[in-house]
Ligand binder design. Sequence first.
Ligand code: IMP
Ligand code: MG
Length: 186
Amino acid sequence: MQEQIEQILIDRNQIAKRVRELADQIAADYRHLSDEASEDLPLVLIAIMTGSVIFLADLVRCLPMMMRMKLISVSSYPGTALSSQGVTITDELPDDLAGKHVLIVDDILDSGKTLMAIRSRVQQSSASSVRTCVLLRKDRPSARATPSEYVGFDIPDQFVVGYGLDYDDLYRNLPDVVTLRDEVIA
Ligand code: IMP
Ligand code: MG
């Protein structure tokens, strides 16, 4: 796997530091939420599979408040596609989001179609608030135009893998965010 890496864009130490910073910011912003375990627990994290799993796992362990977590699947980059092929939400959203504060977690903001689709679905469910948190945001107009309250890193408009992000479902287990050699993704 290592010989297929072109360049390490963000290494594991930078990621770990930034994830802690994001968590501190999120914890401060949501500090008004009550922290009792109850049926109406106000904070719900909705994480978009599969790319966000590693980010989610690291992020939530830095967050001190009570929360529920829902994992949903969305397909936009099937197989070896390198650009969004249109968003299909393959799981239903939870049906009890009314009155909840919802934080959507994803790996990367690219065309913005995924986050726009989920955000508007959550808004329709009468949630009290909806925010989004992404580890990466690509430097392209559609990504910048998509609202996201928490952004880990702005990166060039390049295809990246690692730390959960895949190419054809591979490379998710790389601990750093990297680019691949041209011949691998050709
Ligand atoms: P969007 O809907 O175009 O913003 O795309 C979001 C989804 O596409 C992300 O959640 C990723 O799963 C996938 N994606 C976008 N860019 C990349 C990339 O550079 N590498 C791997 N997956 C990507
Ligand atoms: Mg994804």
